[in-house]
Ligand binder design. Structure first.
Ligand SMILES: [Zn+2]
Length: 113
């Protein structure tokens, strides 16, 4: 991996860690850190990890820390899933839970036949 990408990954982690630390007292700063991280990620083509990506609203770009910038609900209808609602723009994200990826061995025909 190139040196630029390693540096970008370190900066992304630092920025988003700062966003988490300031989420309660300075939500405006957290939003700024989140937007800087998104921009850095786009410019350097370094993907944000899934954990970090869940903390940034895809619609308005604000930092949606659970309980502060977002409402998190577990819904049991159909397949159980988590609904994260951004409290700024009202955008909702849904994540499936309790679903394990199926292994390819189960679907492949057995060698006995
Ligand atoms: Zn939003």
């Amino acid at each position: 991996m190139s040196n630029v990408k390693e540096l970008a990954r370190l900066m992304l982690d630092g920025l988003l860690q700062l966003a988490v630390e300031n989420a309660r007292e300075r939500p405006d700063l957290s939003d700024r850190y989140a937007s800087m991280a998104m921009r850095l990620s786009e410019r350097t083509r370094v993907r944000l990890s899934k954990d970090w990506k869940h903390l940034i609203c895809g619609s308005c770009g604000s930092f949606i820390y659970p309980g502060i910038g977002s409402r998190v609900r577990v819904v049991q209808r159909r397949a159980p899933h988590v609904v994260v609602t951004c409290l700024r723009c009202g955008c909702m994200k849904r994540y499936a839970i309790g679903k394990t990826p199926t292994s390819t061995e189960d679907k492949s025909p057995t060698s006995e036949y």
